[in-house]
Design a binder for this molecule. Structure first.
Ligand code: ADP
Length: 190
């Protein structure tokens, strides 16, 4: 059973690649950002969630862990999953590991999309025209990148030490990146 984590800075192309891989490999796509934007339409949680999203901050671990776990119940171990935007902190990663251990599943492969920060910023700014996302503004993007370096990037070392990390050049066009990922996955699986 193949489970994947797609990893990278904001603007690295995680969402785009995750959608393609989900189709190609028949995986359930779990996007933390989409889940939060969806939950933010629900009046009860809207104010809380938006207060983080609009500033480019991470929502509290407890909240995202709860929302992710709800979606995993029943499904983890039965179908392959691609995690997009989760985990983003060491404690989220630790929680996911424990869940996999409890279910006796092999830990997910981590695909890290690598690209320079200025390219990532340009990509987010150009998608902002149609994304309608309150956090795709330069000031918020800068904050998201700062938090990425501080809280999320350390996960790379963590997954490297587990020998489950695959680095992919995120600079080429969408199709090229996609091919590079699927080729690497094939190598790992065989
Ligand atoms: P991007 O990867 O481009 O930053 P996402 O759609 O993945 O975009 O995330 C948007 C926002 O949702 C983040 O800036 C953050 O506020 C929140 N978020 C997403 N995933 C998590 C997570 N795992 N933990 C905490 N907050 C999260």
């Amino acid at each position: 059973m193949l489970n994947l984590i797609i990893f990278g800075s904001p603007g690295a192309g995680k969402g785009t690649q995750a959608k393609m891989l989900a189709k190609q490999l028949d995986l359930l796509h779990i996007s933390s950002g989409e889940i939060l934007r969806q939950e933010a339409k629900n009046k009860k949680l809207a104010t809380q969630i938006n207060s983080y999203l609009d500033k480019g901050r991470l929502v509290p671990d407890e909240l995202i862990i709860k929302l992710i776990t709800e979606r995993l119940e029943e499904r983890l171990g039965k179908i392959g999953i691609i995690f997009d935007g989760y985990p983003r902190t060491l404690s989220q990663a630790d929680f996911l590991d424990k869940l996999f251990e409890r279910k006796k599943l092999k830990s997910p492969l981590v695909i890290s999309l690598e690209l320079e920060e200025d390219v990532a910023i340009q990509r987010i700014l150009s998608r902002s025209k149609d994304s309608n996302r309150s956090d795709d503004k330069l000031k918020v993007i800068t904050e998201r990148l700062k938090i990425y370096h501080r809280d999320t990037e350390p996960l790379l070392e963590y997954y490297k030490s587990k020998k489950r990390l695959i680095k992919i050049d995120g600079r080429p066009d969408i199709e090229t990146v996609n091919k590079a990922i699927t080729q690497q996955i094939k190598k790992e699986v065989n």
